[in-house]
Design a protein around this ligand. Structure first.
Ligand SMILES: [Zn+2]
Ligand SMILES: [Zn+2]
Ligand SMILES: [Zn+2]
Length: 140
């Protein structure tokens, strides 16, 4: 029997293929975390599992919810807060490495800080077009 932590880890829904939350979509050595979804509060191994099984669109955790325990280490069953998870590359409890590729999809699960400020956005300006030869009728 695998040794279990103090409490039973929460159930992980979806097409899980083993006891460490790997699923039919992500099943490499490093795919050991499950994410609790903000929309339904259930753990799924990945966003694809949620899409297939939950029957509703997922909604990411808001930035204010960084302290929510929403990440489950499939190896030791420990739950991390979102903030913790985003800062580490391995489980703080059992030192199992997390998949660095997961960071690429973090925005699917957690709202991220807007990386581009207003100034960085392409500013669509119509000022130059306003001075057209055919001036709109000036008021009489
Ligand atoms: Zn959901
Ligand atoms: Zn999956
Ligand atoms: Zn762990």
């Amino acid at each position: 029997m695998p040794q279990h932590p103090l409490s039973t880890p929460p159930p992980v829904l979806g097409p899980v293929v083993d006891g460490q939350t790997r699923c039919v979509h992500y099943r490499t050595e490093l795919d050991i975390v499950a994410i609790r979804f903000a929309c339904c509060g259930d753990y799924y191994p990945c966003h694809l599992c949620h899409a297939e099984v939950a029957g509703h669109d997922s909604s990411p955790w808001p930035i204010e919810a960084r302290s929510a325990r929403a990440v489950l280490c499939g190896v030791c069953g420990d739950e991390l807060s979102i903030a913790e998870y985003l800062e580490v590359t391995a489980c703080p409890s059992c030192a199992s490495s997390f998949n660095p590729g997961c960071a690429l999809h973090a925005h699917l699960y957690f709202e991220v800080e807007p990386s581009s400020r207003e100034g960085a956005l392409p500013v669509v300006t119509t000022v130059s077009a306003a001075r057209s030869p055919t001036a709109p009728s000036s008021s009489t």
